[in-house]
Design a protein around this ligand. Sequence first.
Ligand code: SF4
Length: 209
Amino acid sequence: MTDPSYIASELGWLYPDAHCTLDFANPFQCLVAVSLSAQTTDKKVNEVTPALFAAFPDPESLSQASVEEVGGYIRSLGLWKNKAKNLVALGKELSERFDGQVPATEKELTSLPGVGIKTASVVLAECFQVPAFPVDTHVGRVSKRLYLASLSDTPEQVMVKLKKKFPIESWIALHHRFIAFGRDICHAQNPGCNRCPFTSFCRYLKSAR
Ligand code: SF4
């Protein structure tokens, strides 16, 4: 039987200091870095962002760049053409609609080009300390394996369920811990179940038996 408080407590023991692994120095850089992280790793994003941020330090400079120029900095990332297009559009929207500032509400953030609920949630949590539970591939996989969500749930549905099961003050730290657990032990392929504290109620193990 899944016990959310047991899961939270074990993940707290395993990953007390789990934190965001993207590099950024302000909300604008955070928004850009998270937007770039779709379909790639944080490590790869961190390799390209120093030069990207130096070339385009604010929304204004990004808004005046061409898609090709921006693309030149992020070509090593998956979906780079689409991401470059979105970044230029993001620079324009931030400059024109938000006076060059990153907004601090989910509604405004998700109105920006290429910004979905996951990206908005990360920015809210990391930059504005607004309680949020971003659901990336790791959080989604772990939640489904631990019966915190159904197999058919979308990331947004998983997020709604997680928010109901865990206290609001734990959301930000816990989402980092889910990610750390997914990266470290509960891999998509060949998870390290021999090191896992959740073997007694895991959907993955149950289906493998
Ligand atoms: S038992 Fe294995 S698959 Fe299940 S949650 Fe633990 S690591 Fe993941």
